[in-house]
Design a protein around this ligand. Structure first.
Ligand code: UD1
Length: 420
């Protein structure tokens, strides 16, 4: 297993480009299953999760064509198998996103049931009940969700008990080909849902209200091909900004979108960062100062994103003062805390809150990445630590961060990969 070796103590400084959003590219790749025409997706990030989704399409008989610029052309008319096997689903829970499109376009889908994961039990019950409400016959047996439908799904009025991102996306995709109108209430408002809706509209879908908590879809008999550029990754953007703030640095991020990062930018300003933005860039300057600890609470968009919680915990670890971080979206998302304590951080978990008192410095130690965003937070902790840190199990980070060591090196970090 590869490891990352990081010699900390350097302020990040420089300019990098932000990749396409993983959480937008994954549902958009699944949406290609809604048409027999070719869909061209541009600005696809170069990530392990994307490779897994392409592999999943591949094992169904679809052959996506990827060019050297990571544009991909997908034509799913060659599909022969409607099955998402456990071997792929267990490495990437977002495989569940093929359920809605397969059922809507082909009337059949067998998708392995995603199990628990490092950050909690993460059920998919809301995906299933919504599709059942649209007329699908769904059984959960032998570890699989086995779904079928004679004819078209039926438009329905769906209320999501909990705001779920992939749940909203699955129902939204299914509704584009349903017979009649579907209303999704308490829909997720995340920008990635909006990006998916815009791609579906380019494919001929009729959707309104995306970006609000009520999405209305008028089902169509057929969708067609399109060309769509994936939006910038707001979580990658936020991660580099926090890394720069924690290391008292100065960076400029290009090809990103400040308008979808308001909650994160305002916390960084509270931490003492000087932030300037343009339409597609963000600059952060700490003027060499130590950040101030901040308190925050995660919640669905537009509130503070759970996917940025661990990185702020790392910044608080070396900030002045103390801050409390409360996680309300997932039940077990503090695995990084125990690793940071091993690096000398002063942190205490109380229920779904971690209380952090900043210390003047962390000390390098061997640590273990446990999930995607926890890995990013350990890299930030390592960048500010004295001496060397070795981060083990970094396959987690390769799932969601494009070329992280190259980008960090461009910003001056002393980081290298140790092949395992
Ligand atoms: C997506 C993101 C992930 C992010 C998360 C929350 C993708 C591929 N992943 O994950 O990076 O951390 O949103 O912003 O986009 N829930 C249920 N029943 C369901 C579905 C969800 O109870 O059927 C609960 C979950 O347990 C969790 C909450 O809803 O407590 C939100 O989860 P959800 O938005 O579904 O997360 P994902 O879509 O899996």
């Amino acid at each position: 297993m590869d490891k990352l070796v990081i010699d900390g103590g350097i302020s990040l400084n420089g300019e990098i480009r932000i990749a396409g959003a993983k959480n937008s590219a994954l549902p958009i790749l699944a949406a290609t299953l809604l048409t027999d025409d070719t869909v061209t997706i541009r600005n696809l990030p170069h990530l392990y999760d994307i490779t897994t989704m392409l592999e999943l399409l591949g094992c169904m008989g679809v052959e996506p064509v990827v060019d050297e610029k990571m544009n991909v052309e997908v034509n799913t008319s060659t599909i022969r198998d409607f099955n998402a096997p456990y071997d792929l689903v267990k490495t990437m829970r977002a495989s569940i996103l093929v359920l809605g499109p397969l059922l809507a376009h082909h009337g059949k889908a067998d998708v392995a049931l995603p199990g628990g994961c490092a950050i909690g039990s993460r059920p998919v019950n809301l995906h299933i009940t919504a599709l059942e409400k649209m007329g699908a016959d769904i059984r959960v047996e032998d570890g699989y969700i086995k779904a079928k439908m004679e004819g078209r799904l039926k438009g329905a009025h769906i209320f999501m008990d909990v705001s779920t991102v992939t749940g909203t996306e699955n129902v939204l995709m299914a509704a584009t080909l349903a017979d009649g109108q579907t209303i999704i209430e308490n829909a997720a408002r995340e920008p990635e849902v909006v990006d998916l809706a815009e791609c579906l509209i380019a494919m001929g879908a009729e959707i309104r209200g995306h970006g609000t908590d009520t999405i209305i879809v008028e089902g169509k008999e057929k969708l067609h091909g399109c060309s769509h550029a994936v939006m910038p990754d707001r979580i990658e953007t936020g991660t580099y900004l926090i890394a720069a703030a924690a290391t008292r640095g100065r960076i400029k991020l290009k090809d990103t979108r400040p308008d979808i990062l308001e909650a994160v930018l305002s916390k960084l300003e509270e931490a003492g960062a000087d932030i300037r933005v343009g339409e597609d860039w963000i600059e952060l300057d700490m003027h060499g100062k130590r950040p101030r600890a901040v308190s925050l609470r995660t919640a669905p968009y537009p509130a503070f994103p759970t996917d940025m919680q661990a990185q702020f915990t790392a910044m608080n670890a070396v900030a002045s003062g103390s801050g409390s971080i409360t996680e309300t979206v997932f039940e077990n998302r503090f695995m990084h805390v125990h690793e940071m304590i091993r690096m000398g951080a002063s942190m205490e978990v109380q229920g779904n809150t971690v209380l952090v008192t900043g210390v003047p410095e962390l000390k390098g130690a061997p640590v273990m990445a446990t999930d995607l965003r926890a890995s990013a937070s350990l890299i930030i902790a390592a960048l500010v630590a004295k001496n060397q840190t070795v981060v083990d199990r970094i396959y987690h980070i390769d799932r969601g961060y494009e070329c992280i060591e190259e980008k960090m090196q461009l910003l001056g970090a002393r980081i290298r990969r140790l092949p395992g």
